[in-house]
Design a protein around this ligand. Structure first.
Ligand code: CA
Length: 178
């Protein structure tokens, strides 16, 4: 990577995003908001479709509802991570239960949003994912840089919450878990 450690991610870059939400009106509302921000959006209305579409496409991010008919969002997330999918995942949940959120992170979520949320907050969190990705890429190349090292530490702390990754020592986004 030649990007400078603090260089902002290109805010205008178009990304591929999969929205998984069984409430169709909400799914379409999220789709419209993300498309308006310049990204390409696919929509899945249940867990089975989500898994199929996610595995067949090269997505930059999945916005994933946890409560879905058929297999749950957590099931989908676990299967993707079991298959070494490194796509970023932002979990949507109406569940106020801390345990469910922790399970989401343990299953490999990168961030979450509690419903109800505003489109502005959703877009802000989505854009933050690109910056996180840029930081982790930088950390790979310039690990002695203080800023990059700080990014790495934060990143590892977050990723360490993922039991599966820590257990199998997977090297994801350049971070070695051994
Ligand atoms: Ca739902």
């Amino acid at each position: 990577m030649t990007t400078a450690p603090n260089a902002p991610a290109n805010p205008k870059a178009s990304r591929k995003i999969l929205v998984v939400e069984d409430e169709e009106a909400l799914a379409l509302g999220i789709r419209d908001a993300i498309e308006h921000a310049g990204h390409a959006v696919s929509v899945a209305l249940d867990g089975d479709a989500a898994l199929e579409i996610a595995q067949g496409g090269d997505f930059d991010l999945i916005v994933l509802d946890l409560m879905l008919p058929g297999q749950s969002g957590l099931d989908v997330l676990r299967k993707l991570r079991d298959n070494q999918h490194t796509v970023r995942v932002l979990v949507l949940t109406a569940l106020a239960d801390e345990e469910d959120l922790i399970r989401g992170f343990e299953a490999g979520a990168d961030d979450y949003m509690k419903k109800p949320f505003s489109p502005r907050e959703l877009l802000a969190r989505i854009e933050a994912q690109w910056r996180a990705r840029a930081r982790s890429s930088c950390a790979r190349g310039v690990s002695r840089d203080i800023d990059a090292a700080d990014s790495t530490r934060r990143f590892v702390m977050i990723r360490d919450a993922r039991g599966a990754n820590a257990r199998n020592g997977t090297k994801r986004n350049g971070i070695d878990y051994t």
